[in-house]
Design a binder for this molecule. Structure first.
Ligand code: CTP
Ligand code: MG
Length: 227
């Protein structure tokens, strides 16, 4: 049976958040944002090790006490300039068996639930290609033209929003990322090989904290979960 690992790219700067501190370290429900995703991944019994890919010049990680996660949590200071580079560098540093599964999850998705994580693993563990958590697009989509005016309405049928974790065999993902550095998620790199990752239906609660107003929403969700 192949093993499961998680890899959390956390080497971004959070430019859309507009804060001095990289967003993965912003305070969220009494912890740095990244804590929440790491706690969820570390609590999953199928996952052996949770790797965190940090910027080589990260100055924040060591300010916090991570000892409660023990050896299950392993920081790697090898992040790159692009998300795909951070993931690729992390995979190379982790030196995993090619047929092991790796679940790549954004540090900026603190509200991933155990149920969503378990569904992803159970739906994909026997899959040939792997896949991702995703949501069918709910809103009507508009194409913008000059002056922020609507050019037209796009057909949303069959469109999904990609989330993370994205789960692939380590060997396949390494091969895919070596050939496609400029992708915004792992699935896009695998698609570029001509493969078709599976869409595993998720929930909107697993959203990515991107803008300042997202912090409050994430805190509300995390707070209500504990009650
Ligand atoms: N990430 C990374 N290395 C990069 C860029 C991003 O590891 N060079 C990580 C981020 O830290 C985050 C995840 O990829 O956990 C998703 O990226 P995103 O939400 O876009 O975060 P940032 O790139 O930090 O934010 P922004 O795009 O607003 O600058
Ligand atoms: Mg980014």
């Amino acid at each position: 049976m192949s093993e499961f690992f998680a890899l959390v790219p956390a080497a971004g700067s959070g430019s859309r958040m507009g804060s001095g501190l990289p967003k993965q370290y912003l305070a969220l429900a009494g912890q740095p944002m990244i804590y929440h995703a790491l706690a969820t991944l570390c609590a999953n019994v199928d996952i052996s090790i949770v790797f965190v890919v940090l910027a080589p010049d990260d100055e924040q990680w060591h300010r916090y006490d991570w000892s409660r996660f023990g050896d299950k949590l392993q920081p790697l200071f090898c992040g790159g300039a692009l998300r795909a580079e951070s993931v690729l560098n992390g995979l190379m540093a982790a030196e995993l068996e090619p047929d092991s599964w790796v679940l790549v999850h954004d540090a900026a998705r603190p509200c991933l639930s155990q149920a969503q994580l378990a569904r992803l693993i159970s739906e994909l563990r026997d899959d040939e290609v792997g896949g991702i958590l995703a949501m069918p697009v709910a809103d009507t989509l508009k194409r913008a033209a000059a002056g922020q005016r609507i050019a037209r309405t796009e057909n949303r049928e069959g469109l999904w929003q990609a989330q993370t974790p994205q789960m692939f065999r380590t060997g396949l993902l390494l091969q895919a990322l070596q050939g496609a550095r400029n992708v915004t998620d792992e699935a896009a790199a695998v698609e570029a090989l001509g493969l078709h990752p599976k869409l595993v239906e998720s929930e909107s609660t697993n959203f990515k904290v991107t803008y300042p107003q997202d912090i409050r929403l994430a805190e509300l969700l995390l707070g209500s979960e504990k009650k």
